[in-house]
Design a binder for this molecule. Structure first.
Ligand code: M6R
Length: 369
């Protein structure tokens, strides 16, 4: 039941620290190996993998986009991510050394299932990341990593997304480890950083009151734009998707670098632009670049809502609203930067009188192509 919340999505947003912790639980074996569920692939099969293809839809696709950054960085093999509905009609080049990762909360999404079947026909190995035990997608896969976020009732995906990210990180680390690209202690360091994430997500959740206020203020906006770079780009897309499906409001996410190639023409005085800023450390150049993107949109009258890392002072002068998240390694940052965008969308939808859990025209599980 809703446990005192007005709607399931609010409850599911609040469950995210636990969901992330549960998905991490028991993954690290005593000898330093990572344990996946139902792996019918040998370590040798995984060593033979020379390319990863991620297929998914909607929010799960955004998790896949984040995974591409992590997998290529850690495993040093090419990783493509593609919408499942496009994948199989495009004649993708696959063989038995391709690992196809199908991400699906429900495990029943028809487009993802069809992409998986197409991949298997081409002899690719298929690994599923799924939240539903025994559903069709994991049943038809060679290996499965379950996300342990519990049932997700609200149509809009929140806690499933965060746990899909965790599962993708684990797959990346596992591949890096079996292929000998990362040593056990390096993997251990990232796992320790992942273990810190539930507390950081909780910190974000505890500071959401200003976001709720802001949401009431934005409820009558015509359109909201989202920009990000690096892993902040899929987060921007996810923030825009949440707003579309819940608030029925025009929203679009862009790679911040693309602004000048067209979308900046959309900015009118007062247009809200949500900016997802990468860590000021580690990816310093990217941080500088997005700060100048924020300046550009602000110079054209945008109202800037900036999600940045605590201590990032460079963005403050250009932010009409500044939402800080705890300091986090760049690749893991989506686990914290997504949360304010979920809350924002849910609260704008509420202010507009929408049914947050059951948005119009949508089904929780899309079992038609
Ligand atoms: O069950 P799946 O993860 O395969 O579902 C994929 C999409 O239909 C799903 O993520 C959808 O985009 C959500 N409504 C987004 O909040």
């Amino acid at each position: 039941e809703k446990g005192g919340y007005d709607y399931f999505m609010a409850k599911e947003i609040d469950e995210q620290p636990r969901a992330v912790a549960d998905t991490l639980l028991g993954r690290h074996t005593e000898n330093g190996d990572l344990a996946l569920d139902e792996v019918r692939l040998t370590d040798q099969d995984l060593r033979d993998v020379d390319k990863v293809f991620i297929v998914a839809c909607g929010t799960a696709y955004h998790a896949g986009m984040v995974a591409k950054y992590a997998i290529e960085h850690w495993v040093r093999i090419p990783c493509e991510v593609e919408l499942a509905s496009e994948f199989r009609y495009r004649d993708p080049v696959l063989d038995r050394s391709t690992l196809v990762v199908a991400i699906s909360q429900s495990g029943e999404t028809m487009d993802t299932l069809m992409a998986l079947r197409h991949a298997k026909e081409q002899k690719a190995r298929v690994l599923a990341i799924c939240n539903t035990n025994g559903s069709t997608i994991p049943r038809e896969s060679d290996a499965v990593l379950y996300t342990h976020c519990g049932p997700e009732i609200a149509v809009a995906s929140t806690k499933a997304f965060l746990t899909q990210l965790v599962a993708c990180y684990l797959v990346g680390l596992h591949l890096a480890q079996v292929r000998g690209v990362m040593y056990a202690d390096e993997v251990g360091n990232v796992l320790a950083q992942l273990q810190d994430m539930p507390a950081k997500i909780q910190t974000v959740l505890d500071g959401m009151e200003p976001v709720r206020e802001l949401a009431r203020d934005l409820a009558d906006s015509k359109s909201v734009l989202f920009i990000g770079r690096h892993v902040g780009y899929p987060v921007a897309l996810e923030g825009a998707l949440k707003l579309k499906e819940l608030a029925y409001m025009h929203a679009e996410g862009f790679a911040a670098g693309e602004l000048k190639h067209g979308p900046i023409a959309l900015i009118e005085p007062g247009t809200p632009v949500v900016c997802v800023v990468p860590s000021a450390r580690g990816r310093g150049v990217l941080n500088d670049k997005i700060v100048s993107n924020i300046q550009e949109v602000r110079a054209r009258g945008a109202r800037t809502i900036v999600i940045a890392e605590e201590g990032d002072d460079a963005v403050a002068p250009f932010a009409d609203h500044l939402i800080y998240v705890p300091r986090t390694p760049t690749l893991l940052a989506p686990l914290v930067t997504t949360v304010p965008l979920q809350v924002l969308a849910g609260e704008i939808a509420t202010a507009r009188g929408n049914d947050v859990d059951q948005p119009r025209n949508l089904a929780k599980s899309v079992t038609v192509e």
